[in-house]
Design a protein around this ligand. Structure first.
Ligand code: PLP
Length: 438
């Protein structure tokens, strides 16, 4: 019997012993083509020599010194890099480093709250997010998440949050409605919610620039984020961009928000930041937020033992340099186009594929019971899980998601291949997914 508290206590899991490029290898010698990198984590494949070396060099130099007292070269350089590549308007931001996306969301919420308290607006306490959405598993991040299934066992949650609709075009866009009109209608829900709650009482709005697991790689409709930015600015509400899954090159730009032409006040990052080589997450505070803190207490009201860990930041910096020096953002765009075209060709007319959506190397097929009516399968049938198992038996790993597990969004299969994939591997992924869905 395993003494690891696995997510599924009833299942035995193969033990992974190695990785080669896009492949994982288990202790029985089976090779799996990793088409999702966990959940959009492993952007550089599983054996990148430069990242491995950076991590080993730092371990061999010094593993840990408390960053309450000291800084280190890697945290400084990584922050310089992230701030220099942040969407225009972020200004002279600053970055803190944590261990997971959920921790990053907790820290972002506290930072938003600190911003308002420092400015003498302690009444600004409401957080607005979208549903469906997923922003993490810790209690604060879960409270923000518009995910009925994951929230239910922990209700009532510690922070009271409010939700507007996510931009789920496949189901919410009306017949004849243009993309721009749909985007405007969805964004205006934020203004209405702010007015309902009291225009001086909202702290922050949280949304992923490109939605990940909860809705299956859903980009925003044109103009949506421009209007969101306008609304946030008009009512003094901070915009927190959750780039935990869609960030760090996954959609073809380092930050996914860059493609929307706006900046965030606070940005969370995680998965692709360490690309799986280190467990590392980050929160970037824009200049606006940093200035308010500097003008106030001058202190960050948050801290963790392992913040800015030198081995983790050395690894993440090496990941960023690999993306930059190998022009992997261009590879994401080229391979992404190939992946999209392959999926549309193989699955575009499939009787049980209702929608194919995504951006960059971040794509989803939404599985439905009836293509004409868009009716999802009953969630209890776990169709997404069955597709995952069928693909796994054929040697490919894909990521199943089941929307909200309350029927509002159906089964999704998410693909997030590594940026270093070969064109042949992209073709194998398309083929294997199509076969698994069949
Ligand atoms: N935010 C988003 C958008 C995510 O997709 C996730 C995880 O899937 C999280 C936050 C939480 O990250 P973690 O699982 O590293 O705590």
């Amino acid at each position: 019997m395993s003494h690891v508290l696995h997510r599924n206590l009833m299942a035995s899991q193969p033990s992974i012993v190695g990785g080669e490029g896009a492949y994982l290898i288990d202790d029985a010698g089976n090779r799996y083509l990793d088409a999702c990198g966990g959940a959009a984590v492993s952007s550089l494949g599983h054996d990148n020599p430069a990242v491995r070396k950076a991590i080993c060099d730092q371990v061999n130099t010094l593993a840990f010194a408390h960053t309450g007292l000291f800084t280190n070269q890697w945290a400084e350089e990584l922050s310089d890099f992230l701030v220099a590549h942040a969407p225009k308007g972020t200004g002279e931001g600053r970055v803190m480093y944590l261990g997971s996306g959920s921790e990053a969301m907790e820290a972002a919420l506290k930072l938003a709250r600190q911003y308002h308290v420092e400015r003498g607006e302690p009444q600004r306490a409401h957080i607005i997010a979208r549903a469906p959405s997923y922003h993490g598993n810790t209690l604060g991040a879960l409270a923000v998440s518009g995910h009925a299934g994951r929230r239910a066992p922990f209700d009532p949650l510690l922070i009271q949050t409010h939700h507007i609709d996510a931009t789920y075009g496949y189901r919410l866009r009306e017949d004849g409605e243009t993309e721009e009109a749909f985007g405007l209608r969805m964004a205006n829900q934020l203004e209405q919610k702010i007015l309902d709650l009291g225009k001086d009482s909202v702290c922050a709005f949280v949304a992923e620039p490109v939605v990940g697991a909860s809705l299956g790689t859903q980009p925003a409709p044109k103009g949506y984020f421009t209007r969101i930015r306008e609304i946030c600015d008009s009512y003094g509400v901070l915009y927190i961009a959750d780039e935990v899954m869609c960030g760090m090159g996954r959609t073809g730009s380092l930050f996914a928000l860059e493609q929307e032409g706006i900046c965030a006040d606070i940005t969370t990052m995680a998965k692709g930041l360490g690309a799986g080589y280190q467990p590392i997450a980050a929160v970037m505070a824009s200049q606006k937020v940093c200035d308010a803190i500097t003008a106030g207490s001058g202190k960050l009201w948050n801290g963790h033992t392992y913040m800015s860990h030198a081995v983790a930041t050395a690894g993440a910096l090496a990941v960023m340099k690999e993306i930059q020096s190998n022009d992997l953002l261009s590879a994401v765009k080229t391979l992404g186009t190939q992946l999209e075209e392959g999926l549309r060709a193989r699955l575009g007319q499939h009787a049980h594929v209702g929608d194919i959506r995504g951006r960059g190397l971040f794509w989803t097929a939404e599985i439905v019971a009836d293509r004409a009516t868009k009716e999802p399968f009953d969630v209890s049938r776990n169709i997404a899980g069955k597709v995952q198992q069928a693909a796994l038996s054929a040697g490919m790993i894909c990521y199943p998601a089941q929307g909200c597990a309350d029927g509002t969004a159906g089964d999704h299969i998410l693909l997030a291949p590594c940026f270093t994939s070969s064109p042949e591997e992209i073709d194998i992924i398309v083929d294997a997914l199509a076969n698994a869905i069949d």
